[in-house]
Design a protein around this ligand. Structure first.
Ligand code: G
Ligand code: MN
Length: 285
């Protein structure tokens, strides 16, 4: 890992107030229908000289400088306001057709006031059912091993969907899938690549998907870039995918356009060969 660029700290400390943070949105696509069923909110930071930076370029510095919670709070506030705007454009009381997924950093999840803040945010904005989901990496769930099951249970009781993110990037602890109340498993791009590399890779991916399904979770592949990847994913039973094949992360205005017209949006890019229904579609999660 490269040394931390601590020169970024003063600028980053001001970012939540100076208008240089952005939230982009990437559609999550159902591999049977090609419909947009979710959006992942992704934080970006416009640096005055270096241009638009991705979290990978500034998150380690933010962590070292204790700025993760401030950035996270900004992202949550903006994302929930956006979600509210989507609901108003559709029908505010009906089940949301496109769920907004937010990434939760460990520093946020382990902060004492997290649950109360989420409660206030969700209730205060009167979001429709199914409007919001939270993503946690395996590390985050492991750090808060003792409190995680209870906390996740309380978040779920608020009507939030819960997902484990980047699954397989750390220890891919199967206990995560076995013991925690989760709705979705987001599989890291490495599994998509492994699937295409050899039969062992495909078997590994297929067994993770099957395990997720047996636990009542939806399997979501990340970083899908080609039609061949989408077709293979569908053939091993993967439910949903995000990636450049469908759409890169886009700014708010374009995201609204996608949310207004999500049905069959990317039907031309999914093989449509599976006859099994998306389990989340059935439960409304
Ligand atoms: O939260 P998560 O670690 O899942 O973030 C995913 C990151 O990957 C985002 O920053 C997003 O912009 C990026 N990304 C999105 N689609 C693709 C893709 O198709 N390929 C690759 N390599 N990266 C992607
Ligand atoms: Mn994510």
């Amino acid at each position: 890992m490269s040394a931390l660029d601590l020169d970024l700290v003063p600028l980053l400390a001001a970012a939540a107030e100076d208008g240089s943070l952005r939230l982009h949105f990437q559609p999550e696509v159902d591999l049977v229908s090609g419909s947009v069923v979710g959006m992942e909110a992704l934080l970006r930071w416009r640096h005055p000289e270096r241009g638009l930076l991705w979290p990978a370029e500034f998150f380690d510095v933010a962590e070292a400088a204790g700025l993760v919670r401030v950035l996270g709070q900004w992202a949550f506030r903006v994302a929930v306001a956006e979600c509210r705007a989507w609901a108003e454009r559709a029908c505010p009381t009906e089940q949301a057709t496109v769920k907004l997924w937010l990434n939760v950093a460990a520093a946020q999840f382990t902060a004492p006031g997290f649950l109360v803040a989420m409660e206030r945010l969700v209730r205060g904005r009167a979001l429709p059912p199914g409007a919001l989901g939270l993503e946690f990496t395996e590390q985050t769930l492991a750090i808060s091993q003792v409190s995680a099951p209870r906390l996740l249970g309380r978040l779920r009781a608020l009507g939030l969907a819960l997902a484990v993110d980047d699954f397989g990037m750390w220890y891919a602890s199967l206990a995560t899938l076995d013991a925690l109340p989760l709705d979705a498993v987001k599989l890291h791009r490495r599994f998509v690549q492994a699937m295409l590399r050899d039969v062992e890779g495909e078997a590994l991916l297929a067994s993770l998907i099957s395990l997720a399904h047996r636990r009542g979770m939806v399997a979501v592949a990340e970083g899908v870039e080609t039609p061949a990847e989408a077709a293979r994913l569908a053939s091993v039973g993967c439910d949903r995918a995000l990636g450049y094949l469908f759409c890169s992360p886009v700014a708010g205005e374009q995201a609204r356009d996608l949310v207004d017209d999500p049905r069959g949006r990317y039907a031309d890019r999914v093989p449509g060969a599976r006859r099994v229904r998306d389990p989340m579609m059935a439960t409304g999660v």
